[in-house]
Design a protein around this ligand. Structure first.
Ligand code: PMP
Length: 460
């Protein structure tokens, strides 16, 4: 493939793989993942380059976060300037700093309507912890301490810390780690390809759960506008979130939108809830806010919640905070990221290019007997593969489909994530047109190579 460049000089330090295997514990660690190791050494725009000089399109923007692509000089300059001026100062007890204030003020302009004030973490998992603690704290502060339950959904991913892993709807994350956090329950997610019913019917499952539990015990409902890492980019029906908002209003349940993947232009708006015109009470973010150059996450809250934070007696304040909250270097990089997203109209571009790419994926794959669903919103896509298109039967893990596809995609010049049976795509919002087209062609070619249509009967 033209994107592969085997002639580049090898740079991999001898023994790196042995050292990696002996000493580095990876996220969701298992040695079986390291049979075909790759050592990334450089990033350039939409490309990742490995130590052997192989040049691959970064089909997942790192980990759904490098919105502006790699090696942007403006982001490097923003971090460097801030490091030189003030690498760190805390924001406790009345202290503040320019990047923190400026970022919170800027976010209040671009955040979903009604979101007024912001707290910063370093990760999406901490954002989930913060949302859940804040929702429960809010209810006790306004005299409803029994409202502690959090309703989440199957196929959701909200992080790997204690509460976040329990909120996550992929059961594997809660197995073997002791008892899950209390007062958390899950309902089915709207999954247009597999959930037979309308978005409203899927949303009504929330109402049923609230009534079953008792509205006076439910603090919040948490949902990713598009489910990412748990289900493989599941885009809900358009009538789902408006109904969710109605139900939350009816029972005075806070709606937490987890926009860790979908925020900052990914789906074609600053935040994805704008697609359906719904207002969350709390919005969570991380990843793309700094284009992944330095970790930053956080939450934004509505005026009602901010008022409760301000009204609490000092001794009963919101006892929550992190050393690195509003880290000045991360805030400076976030401000520059947002400036570039705005200046280059990248949310609008994601909407436009996303439609085009979705069309190209459909053109190449719609007739393939193992392609069950091709879905997307902005520059965020999932291609779900099935053993049998009529029954929607899944490929079992014994088929090794994910590693086979990953290897084939890699050999053709695309690095991305395959979640069991869904190829996930989330390229940088700055990916040039030619590479966006190449992504669709590589995915089409790889699926045909791994699952040749004429032989598909044998693979089922
Ligand atoms: N929420 C969502 C929707 C996510 O996608 C993720 C990470 N993929 C998280 C929370 C957790 O973020 P982090 O890995 O930064 O802790």
């Amino acid at each position: 493939h033209p994107f592969l460049n085997p002639s580049a000089a090898a740079e991999a330090p001898p023994g790196w793989h042995e050292a990696d295997r002996a000493h580095l514990i990876h996220p969701q660690h298992h040695p079986v993942d390291h049979a075909a190791p790759v050592l990334w050494s450089r990033g350039e725009g939409a490309f990742l380059i490995d130590a052997e000089g192989r040049r691959l399109i970064d089909g997942l923007s790192g980990m759904w976060n490098v919105h502006l692509g790699h090696a942007r000089p403006e982001l490097i300059a923003a971090a460097t300037t801030q490091l030189q001026q003030l690498a760190f100062a805390n924001t406790y007890a009345g202290a503040s700093h320019g990047p923190g204030v400026a970022l919170a003020e800027k976010l209040s302009e671009i955040a979903p309507e009604g979101i007024e004030a912001f707290f910063f973490t370093t990760s999406g998992s901490e954002a989930t912890e913060t949302s859940v603690r804040t929702a429960r704290w809010f209810w006790q502060s306004v005299g409803q301490p029994r409202k502690t339950k959090i309703i989440s959904r199957d196929y959701s991913y909200h992080g790997s810390t204690g509460v976040a892993a329990s909120v996550t709807g992929v059961t594997e994350f809660s197995q073997g780690f002791g008892p899950p956090a209390p007062d958390i329950l899950h309902i089915p997610s709207p999954y247009p390809y597999r959930f037979e019913g309308t978005g409203q019917e899927a949303a009504d499952l929330l109402e049923q759960a609230i009534l079953r539990e008792g509205p006076e015990t439910v603090a919040a409902f948490i949902a990713e506008p598009v489910q990412g890492g748990g289900g493989g980019v599941i885009v809900p029906q358009d009538d789902y979130f408006p109904r969710i908002r109605e139900i939350c209003d009816r029972y005075d349940v806070l709606f937490i939108a987890d926009e860790v993947i979908t925020g900052f232009g990914r789906t074609g708006h600053w935040f994805a809830v704008a697609h359906w015109g719904v207002r969350p009470d709390i919005v969570q973010f991380a990843k793309g806010i700094t284009s992944g150059y330095i970790p930053l996450g956080g939450i934004g809250v509505s005026g009602r919640i901010k008022a409760a934070l301000d009204a609490a007696p000092p001794a009963k304040r919101w006892w929550h905070g992190f050393t690195a909250s509003a880290h000045p270097v991360a805030c400076a990089v976030a401000l520059e990221t947002i400036r570039i997203l705005e200046a280059e109209g990248l949310a609008e571009r994601a909407a436009r290019k996303g439609k085009h790419l979705l069309g190209r994926l459909h053109a190449g794959l719609a007739d393939h007997p193992n392609v069950g669903d091709i879905r997307g919103l902005g520059l965020l896509f999932g291609i779900e593969l099935v053993a049998d298109r009529t029954t929607k039967r899944r490929f079992g893990p014994e088929t090794d489909l994910a590693p086979r596809l990953r290897r084939e995609l890699f050999a053709r010049g695309l690095s991305t994530r395959v979640l069991t049976d869904v190829i996930c795509l989330a390229p940088p919002l700055t990916t040039p047109d030619a590479e966006l087209e190449a992504i669709a062609d590589i995915v089409t070619g790889a699926i045909h190579a791994v699952l040749p249509p004429v032989l598909s009967a044998n693979t089922q």
